[in-house]
Write a protein that binds this ligand. Structure first.
Ligand code: IPE
Ligand code: IPE
Ligand code: MG
Length: 251
């Protein structure tokens, strides 16, 4: 069953396994991060033809600051180079790029490149590409709640229902809920990624390391997704009994 969105699916990917990919080849971890860029390019290029309308990629979590400074610097350098080299191609493909996550700790040269690419691709009407950098879903939810609480224009007291609407709007920024969440690298956890937006996401875990992830892997995850039945708390349409049967049984 396809998503509720008319235009296509929201697919989110936790791009994990770069370090192990490199270590298994006797290479430094950074080689895995570099190889991961080619996979990003592949997936971004092929996502639209697979009916993906929004693609959210996890590139660097707020908890990844715990890694050695050299690895963190390398990751930022690689993301910056990706944006600089790919900006024109992204624009030609009609991609609209948006970075999600905290911006106050991102090094200035990377932040400049992010802002430049976001504005260069702002009119893209094709794939909406969201890259999560210094991202924590818990922080995003807490920040949105604090902003709502501090907004003097909101009616008081805030009800839970009202807060739900505000958070849904703030967190999804018109991208809709995640339809399919893929994690590469073999781990089966969310690692603080899109917790709110994935409330009813279908989950797909693959042992494939991110640098090896190909368009055929995305196609096969989507084909599997298309055979799943999403019920959103309801029951399968085929199980809905006519009222006459129900009333006979309860008599
Ligand atoms: C994912 O790959 C990329 C980032 C978290 C930045 P990892 O670097 O976590 O790779 P593994 O999990 O150690 O193999
Ligand atoms: C999640 O991977 C973050 C990204 C892929 C960017 P991690 O490698 O950081 O997650 P854990 O530590 O295994 O949960
Ligand atoms: Mg990892």
């Amino acid at each position: 069953m396809q998503s509720k969105s008319e235009s296509g699916l929201h697919v989110a990917i936790i791009m994990d396994g770069n370090g192990r990919w490199a270590t298994r080849r006797g290479l430094p971890r950074v080689a895995g991060h570099r190889a991961g860029v080619a996979a990003v390019r592949r997936i971004v290029e092929h996502a639209p033809e697979l009916s993906v309308f929004v693609l959210t990629l996890h590139a660097f979590s707020s908890d990844n600051w715990a890694r050695p400074a050299q690895e963190v610097q390398s990751i930022f350098w690689i993301i910056r180079a990706f944006l600089r080299l790919e900006c024109d191609r992204l624009r030609q493909q009609g991609v609209h790029l948006e970075v999600i996550g905290r911006r106050d700790r991102i090094p200035a040269p990377l932040l400049r490149e992010i802002e430049r690419t976001e504005s260069a691709t702002a009119n893209g009407h094709g794939l909406k590409l969201r890259i999560a950098i210094d991202y924590s879903s818990r922080t995003a939810i807490a920040d949105a709640a604090v902003a709502a609480t501090n907004d003097p224009n909101l009616n008081r007291p805030l009800t839970s229902e009202h807060m739900r609407t505000i958070l849904a709007h703030a967190l999804k920024s018109n991208c809709g809920d995640v339809d399919l969440l893929i994690r590469t690298g073999g781990e089966q956890r969310l690692s603080d990624f899109l917790l709110w937006e994935s409330a009813y996401a279908e989950l797909a875990f693959t042992d494939r390391m991110w640098p090896d992830f190909a368009e055929s892997d995305l196609a096969s995850a989507l084909s599997d997704f298309n055979h799943r039945e999403r019920r959103f708390g309801g029951i399968p349409a085929a199980s809905v009994q006519p009222i006459s049967i129900l009333s006979r049984r309860t008599r």
